[in-house]
Design a protein around this ligand. Sequence first.
Ligand code: APR
Length: 309
Amino acid sequence: MRVTIVGSGFVGATTAMRVVQKGLADDVVMVDIVPDLPQGLALDMRESAPIEGFEPNVRGTNDYADTAGSDLVVITAGLPRQPGMSRMDLLGKNAGIIRDVVGKMTEHSPNAILIVVTNPLDEMTYLTSEVSGFPKQRVMGMAGVLDSSRLRYFIAEELGVSPSRVEAITLGSHGDAMVPLPRQATVEGKPLTELVDEQTLERLYQRTRDAGAEIVALLKKGSAYYAPSAAIAQMVNAIAGDTKEILPVCAWCTGQYGIKDVYVGVPARLGRAGVEEIVELDLNDDERAALRQAAEGIRAKCADLAKLA
Ligand code: APR
C-alpha cells in the first residue's frame, strides 16, 4: 500500500508521521511545492525510527513521478485563511492549488483513492471529484471524524469521563451547518440526553462548530493539526486495512436521506474500494431536515465555485 500525502505543512507532516509510525502503509510519500521541505521532514522522521521502533518507510519529493502507483492520496496542500481575505478569495486560491495538485496526482496514480483535507472542505472535495473524473466512491473529504472527535472530547471534559468512553457522531457540513445527533451519543454506554440538559448540549455543539476557530485564535498563525491528522490516520487505517468501519465522511450522496448529487457529511462504510456504502441512520424529521439543509448549502457554494472557473 503506497500512501501519498500532498502538502508537507503542519497537517501533512503530522499525518505522515502518524501513518508511518502506526505502520499503516508499506510506503509513505510526502510531496510539496517547496524544494527540499518534504525530503527534510521525511529524513527527520526516519531518524526517529530507531527510538520509536517503526519501519522507516517514508520519503519526500517535489516530483509527482515519484508518487506513481499510489493507492491512497491525502490532499492537504493549500493556504490557510489570511487576515483580510474573504471566503471567496480563499476559495479561489485553494481551487487553483487543488486543480494543479489533482491534475498531477491522477496522471501518475489513476487508480488511487483520494481523501481531501484542504479547506473549504466540502467545496474542495467536490472540485477534486470534478478534476479527477474518478468514480465518486474513490473521492471523499475528511471533516466528520474530526468534528465528532472534538465533540466527544468536549463531552468527556464536561462530564469528567475518559474520552474513549464517549461515542458521538456529527454529520452535515464542516462548519456552521454541522448536524449533531444527540440521540446517537452515549457516555459509558448511557444516552447522553439523560446526562446533560438541553442548554449544555447546545453549548457543547456550538463549541464544536467553532472548534477550528478556537484553535486559530489561540495559535495566532495557522490552524489545527494534531486532531485533524489523527482523524485522517483513522480514515487511512480503515481504507488500507479494509476494516469496513462506519465513519462520518464527506461523501457523494445518490438519494440517501433524500439527498442527491452533492457531497455532504454522512456515515460511510470505508474499505479498500473507498466509500463502500453510505449508511442510513434512523434520523427523526428535524435531523433529516438539518442534513438536507446542510447539503443544499454545500450545493449552492459549489455553484459559486463554478462561477470562479
Ligand atoms: N502543491 C503542493 N504543495 C503545495 C501547493 C501546491 N500547489 N501549494 C501549497 N502547498 C503546500 C505549502 O507549501 C505548505 O507546505 O501546502 C502546505 C500547507 O501547509 P500549511 O500552510 O502548514 O497548512 P496546514 O495547517 O497544513 O493546512 C493545510 O488543511 O486543514 C486544512 O485549512 C487547512 O486548507 C488547509 C490545509
